[in-house]
Design a binder for this molecule. Structure first.
Ligand code: HEC
Length: 141
């Protein structure tokens, strides 16, 4: 009985801890920053670059598509963080994944206009999440 009670308290304690960590938007972990730098940023740079220079051949379009797919995977990763159940986090990530999927389609049909349009939507998704979750020191960069 005593043991059960102690176990109950431990469970309660850890679930409260989890809620506290997840409830503070600025309590982002360093892992998210590393993921951004390693995956999200390089992949999105390739997508954004289409607005400056139209891909010239199949290989360049394939590269755009591969990086758009990496952004879809990045979204899946973002949905497995402690913030996954928070509405803005979820919404911005889904927006990012949808935009990335549109880029994939545009790359398959080599449609520059559509790729740029989807790139703009992608950028809006990055901003939507950062507006709430990026800490001040990071956004000042
Ligand atoms: C669902 C939320 C979310 C989305 C979507 C998102 N980010 Fe981030 N990003 C973050 C958070 C949180 C941090 C800060 C991590 C930290 O605390 O170090 C961050 C940090 C960054 C940084 C700073 C990295 C550093 O530490 O120097 C860059 C650059 C960045 N994001 C680019 C992007 C781009 C480009 C996109 C869109 C293609 C994007 N992010 C989409 C949440 C998001």
């Amino acid at each position: 009985m005593q043991l059960q009670k102690a176990f109950g308290f431990a469970v309660l304690f850890f679930s409260i801890m989890k809620v506290c960590v997840a409830a503070n938007p600025h309590e982002t972990n360093a892992e998210v920053g590393t993921h951004m730098k390693d995956v999200t940023v390089p992949a999105s740079n390739t997508v954004f670059a289409v607005a400056n220079e139209t891909p010239k051949n199949d290989e360049e379009w394939r590269k755009v598509k591969a990086n758009a797919l990496a952004l879809v995977e990045s979204g899946k990763w973002l949905l497995k963080t402690p913030f996954e159940n928070q509405p803005i986090w979820k919404q911005a990530t889904e927006q990012m994944m949808n935009a990335a999927k549109s880029v994939t389609k545009a790359a398959e049909t080599k449609d520059t206009e559509k790729a740029i349009e989807a790139g703009d939507a992608l950028y809006a998704a990055c901003e939507a999440c950062h507006a709430v979750y990026l800490n001040k020191s990071a956004s000042a960069k």
